[in-house]
Ligand binder design. Structure first.
Ligand code: ADP
Length: 447
């Protein structure tokens, strides 16, 4: 950059200096010629025909009276009668000053004298038809003037070079420094500001870039944490599934081994076989649950208009026996007609899971109350309730309050997770309010 500024400034200033030099030469030359023309005209006024005869002596003595100016006498045909400097007396009729003098009485010309080999200014005056007097003075040519001015020009060029170098260094410093500051601030992720309005677009671009980079980083970090979360969820899911599968498998294998070695008597064998059957059912129940859970995501599930009120009533009828067995009163007050467009099996799953849980986690003599109003289905029970500590976790996969799996309920903790997933799929909202020992109420808002 410094080199470019130096070269450019040198080029511009050198061209200026050279143009100035040429102009000076021309002005100077013009002024000198004018001055000499005036001098020659004044010299000529001192010519006296009687005093200076038209021979070589006359020419020389007139020349002396004019401080050595060249004097030539010429007749009306251009033939040279006498010359103060030379004896070569060729015809001068073709010289410009002679032609002009013959025509108009006087004439000037400036040229390189062939006779003397110098640049001369000539002035010729017609005295009468037979006599023309010409006087001439050496005058500097344009080249000799240029030669005189050249040393000064070289000094100017040297000074110019120095000034240009200084200018290049200063400009580079003043231009590059603010840009360096911008780049430094941008690299530090700071807010890029500048007091120079010419650099404002760069500052704006840098700020925009930094902002978009920051946004991209945030997005990437969010995506990364989502991927990590998904990976963790997957790992936890696999761990839970493995754990849930191992428990019945261990029991089955244990009893089967005992039976194989004949270690059990008739009564014990029967008990073992019962356990094996029960655990096998549990295992296949788990597999069914997992398959159902993963099927919720499936895109191809058919949708239809499902009447929620009828579905609740059907479910209440189907679960009446279970409720009776558990000594729980089941009451469905669903006069509201609510139709939702969804997969019938999934809606059944939501209603069924909530109602089964309300019966399952109830007390002897307790009740289950189902209402449907204002697009909200509430399944309330007077059961065991959920502690504050657990209430936020009941929708987690494999979460069960009773971890032993040996209690009378022995669920896998997937029921409410399935309900939540179905609600999320259709944009429904589910919430629970509960008090330990008093009861729970699960509400699904079909919006
Ligand atoms: P599961 O019933 O198979 O254990 P769920 O996901 O349906 O799994 O329920 C998770 C846990 O939430 C249950 O283990 C139970 O402790 C608790 N829970 C669910 N519904 C109720 C309810 N109506 N009353 C009290 N606790 C409940």
């Amino acid at each position: 950059m410094k080199k470019r500024i130096l070269l450019l400034s040198m080029l511009i200033t050198s061209v200026c200096i050279i143009l100035f030099l040429i102009a000076s030469v021309q002005i100077n030359y013009g002024a000198t010629v004018k001055e000499n023309e005036n001098a020659l005209s004044v010299y000529m006024n001192s010519y006296d025909r009687g005093k200076f005869p038209t021979n070589s002596d006359g020419a020389k003595s007139f020349s002396q009276s004019l401080n050595g100016a060249r004097v030539t006498f010429i007749d009306g045909y251009g033939d040279v009668l006498a010359d103060s400097e030379t004896t070569e007396l060729e015809n001068h009729a073709d010289r410009a000053e002679i032609i002009a003098a013959l025509k108009g009485g006087e004439g000037y010309d400036v040229r390189n004298s062939k006779t003397l080999g110098r640049n001369m200014i000539y002035y010729c005056r017609r005295i009468d038809d037979n006599l023309l007097v010409r006087i001439a003075l050496p005058t500097p040519s344009e080249w000799s003037l240029l030669g005189q001015l050249l040393p000064t020009a070289v000094v100017y060029l040297a000074v110019d070079l120095f000034l240009c170098m200084l200018l290049a260094a200063l400009l580079t410093h003043f231009i590059v420094e603010p840009i360096k500051t911008l780049a430094y601030t941008a690299s530090r992720d700071g807010d890029v500001k500048t007091k120079y309005k010419e650099l404002q677009p760069i500052a704006d671009i840098l700020n925009e870039r930094n902002l978009s980079i920051r946004k991209q980083i945030t997005t990437l970090e969010e995506e990364k944490s989502l991927v990590e979360k998904a990976q963790n969820t997957k790992d936890t899911f696999i761990q839970n599934v493995t754990h849930e599968m191992n428990t019945p498998l261990t029991a089955i294998r244990g009893y089967a081994e005992l039976m194989a070695v004949g270690a059990l008597d008739g009564e014990q064998s029967k008990k073992a076989a019962d356990t094996i059957i029960r655990q096998s059912d549990r295992l296949s129940g788990l597999v069914t649950c997992i398959i159902r859970y993963s099927e919720i995501d499936s895109e191809g599930l058919p949708s239809e208009d499902v009447n929620v009120a009828s579905l609740v009533n059907e479910m209440a009828e189907a679960l009446a026996a279970d409720a009776e067995k558990a000594q729980v009163t089941l009451k469905a007050d669903v006069r509201d007609e609510l139709v939702v467009n969804a997969n019938r099996e999934l809606v059944t799953e939501v209603v069924g899971n909530l109602m089964r849980n309300a019966i399952r986690y109830n007390k002897e003599g307790g009740s289950v109350n189902i209402t449907l109003e204002d697009k909200k289905l509430t399944v309330a029970d007077t059961g065991v309730g959920i502690s504050e500590e657990n209430i936020n976790r009941v929708f987690d996969r494999f979460f069960t309050v009773d971890k032993s799996h040996c209690g009378k309920n022995g669920g896998f903790g997937l029921g409410l997770a399935v309900v939540k997933k179905i609600c999320n799929k259709y944009g429904w909202h589910i919430e629970v309010v509960s008090k330990l020992g008093v009861g729970s109420a699960f509400t699904v808002s079909f919006r």
